[in-house]
Design a protein around this ligand. Sequence first.
Ligand SMILES: Nc1ncnc2c1ncn2[C@@H]1O[C@H](COP(=O)(O)OP(=O)(O)OP(=O)(O)O)[C@@H](O)[C@H]1O
Ligand SMILES: O=C(O)c1ccc[n+]([C@@H]2O[C@H](COP(=O)([O-])O)[C@@H](O)[C@H]2O)c1
Length: 211
Amino acid sequence: MTPDGATPEPRPEDLKVPPVVAGLRVGLFGGSFDPPHQGHLHVVETALERLRLDRVWMMVTPGNPLKNRAGLPPLAARIEAARALVRHPRVVVTGLEAGFGSPFSWETVRRLTACLPAVRFVWIMGADNLGAFHRWQHWRRIADAVPIAIVDRPGHTLAALSSPAARALAGRRIPEHEAASILDAPPPVWTFLHAPRSPLSSTALRRAGVR
Ligand SMILES: Nc1ncnc2c1ncn2[C@@H]1O[C@H](COP(=O)(O)OP(=O)(O)OP(=O)(O)O)[C@@H](O)[C@H]1O
Ligand SMILES: O=C(O)c1ccc[n+]([C@@H]2O[C@H](COP(=O)([O-])O)[C@@H](O)[C@H]2O)c1
């Protein structure tokens, strides 16, 4: 809330696509970030290093289509909190999906790949989201459009690797020692990164009253 009790609005520049140059290697990392935590930072740092990225765009969602949005703090507040957590020269926190007017990842991928064909994008998500990926709108189209990197998460490894999406795309999995090459391979292509895992979650933080 602002001092006058109004819901804070995102700044117009936070709704725009960040600046790029041809050939830039950009990780697309969407999330509710309610609240952001060190587990998110761990994903960002793992992706930057293992995929040899120039940038990670932390895309603060207007609202995960599969989650109840009741009680979700305003976008502007989550953007601000993510920025306060992740102070890194190669990370951009953005509300570009709200700028697109859609919470669906397919819409994000479709628009970004169409308007920035010279940028090399990779979709980044935690293992829990691979487990549910087959329930996302047009998930096959997302996989056909951009490479995907999964960062392991405690309690989700087996479910992720035996999920419908993982099974459907099994033949296109790249070993993690070649992870950085997925940005140069024609999709569908994906890799699973077994990094030291972070047990943190926003759910646990909200339950502990941290937000
Ligand atoms: N500890 C973690 N390890 C690996 N990936 C994570 C971790 N925490 C979050 N992620 C990933 O970060 C992205 C954004 O997650 P999100 O903002 O929903 O956080 P969360 O902790 O999963 O929240 P919640 O508990 O409310 O579901 C998702 O792709 C999620 O899989
Ligand atoms: O497009 C979809 O159908 C879809 C369904 C579930 C989740 N997503 C996206 O996945 C990202 C991670 O969401 P979350 O809530 O787990 O942080 C975020 O960008 C969501 O918008 C997207």
